[in-house]
Every structure is written in C-alpha cells, then in structure tokens.
Design a binder for this molecule. Sequence first.
Ligand code: ADP
Ligand code: MG
Length: 245
Amino acid sequence: MSDDDFLRVADVSKWYGDEQVLEDVSFEMDRGDVTVLIGPSGSGKSTMLRCVNRLAEAQEGSILLDGEEVLSPDLDVDDLRREVGMVFQGFNLFAHLSARGNVALGPRRVLGLSDADAGERAEEQLDRVGLADQLDSYPAELSGGQKQRVGIARALAMEPKLMLFDEPTSALDPELIGEVLEVMHGLVDEGMTMLVVTHEMSFAREVADEVVFLDEGRVVERGPPDQLFERPDEERTGRFLERIA
Ligand code: ADP
Ligand code: MG
C-alpha cells in the first residue's frame, strides 16, 4: 500500500458478455508515480486503462482517483475525462485538422477557451513535445512519431492530473520510437503521474515505480522493475519476459 494512493484500483472485475476480462485487479499509485502494465495480448491491459477513464465500464470493484470514486454512477464522466488524458496506439487524430487544430480542439470545445487562447495553448503544448515547427502540418504530412507527439500534446492541453498511455509506440517504425519515449521521459521528469501499457521494457526499467504483470485478466505479480524483471516470483512472469526479450 502506498502513501497517498492518488489512484487506488481495488478488486476491479469486468465482463464482456459471459467472458470475464478483468478479475479482482488491484494496484495503487501515488501522485507522480509511473506504473507500467505489461502482459500478453488479450490479457486486459487496454480494458484496465479504459476503465480508469470510463471508456469501459467495470462491473465490480472500486477505482478511487484523488479520493473520488470513478465507478460511481453519479460521477460526471466529462469531468473525469478532462482530468485523465489518454494516448492511444493509433493516434486518433483528426485528418482535416492541423496539429494546432487537433490540440486546440479540447481546450476550445471542452474547456471553453476562446479560439485565440486555445490556439496559444496548443502552440505551447506542441512546443513541449518538440513540434513547434509543425503547428500547421496536417496528420498526413507528419511521421508516425510526430503524429504520436501531437497525440500526447492533445492530451496535455487539457492539463490532466493523470495520463494513460496505451501502447503509444506499438504502431511506430522502430526508428521513430525513441522520439516518443523521449517525450514521455520528459513528462516523468516533470512529475506527471502516468499509467502506461507498453512493451518497451527499457522504458519500464528506467522510469517505472512499479510494474504490474497481467495475464488472463488477473494481476499475476507486481513490483519494482528491477525485482520483477530480474527476480520474478512467478514462473508465468519469467516465461512472458523471455518471450518478449
Ligand atoms: P490487451 O490490451 O491486454 O491486449 P484487451 O483489454 O484489449 O487486452 O482485451 C481483453 C479481452 O477483452 C480480450 O479477450 C478481448 O477480446 C476482449 N475485449 C476487449 N474489448 C472488447 C469489447 N469491446 N467487446 C468484447 N470483448 C472485448
Ligand atoms: Mg491493448
């Protein structure tokens, strides 16, 4: 159990129809923590992330974010999504909007900023991810790594208190992965609280406070990266790590 439990996931279970995809998943994060979720394809990693911002509905358990019950039927889901940024594997940018337009959209539509203020905020955030020179570029003109950095800037523009990353580098050519990880490293240095699904084990090793290994919807094992990677308690963890090494 951690000190301030900024995010406290407790016994979360979820079914799609008859199929149970999460079973009593529990973990906690302090403010400023980086937690990396790993596990085989289909183990429930994306579903777990999506339950945190209510893109998926967990049927059982509790998710407390900063003391508020995310799973409460009374929760304002729009408020929640304002506070929890998400970065997707597939970028999900609007093709008809420039980088600036993509990043300004949330601040304008959701936060109610004026066009000028939203544009200014977009420029700041694009600068933060190293894209100050691509403000007017459209997604089709950007590399995969640049598109993903726009995706990160878009999430940051809402000034979230928690960032969720779902395999942010999995769709990228190997030579473009580094620039995205570099931006993520920068956020870690700034103290951002981050829950990250990734197969980039070197990233996990360097920045994770805790690694959570999910298999078949269950937490098999969790712990600090050096322990989990070097001396896993569970045979299943070892076998998974060998497969992806
Ligand atoms: P991971 O991200 O670890 O690959 P997912 O969370 O995407 O795993 O999926 C976990 C399980 O839930 C899989 O069996 C998947 O087929 C199922 N699943 C995910 N999303 C849906 C959905 N929208 N409807 C039905 N089943 C789903
Ligand atoms: Mg997934």
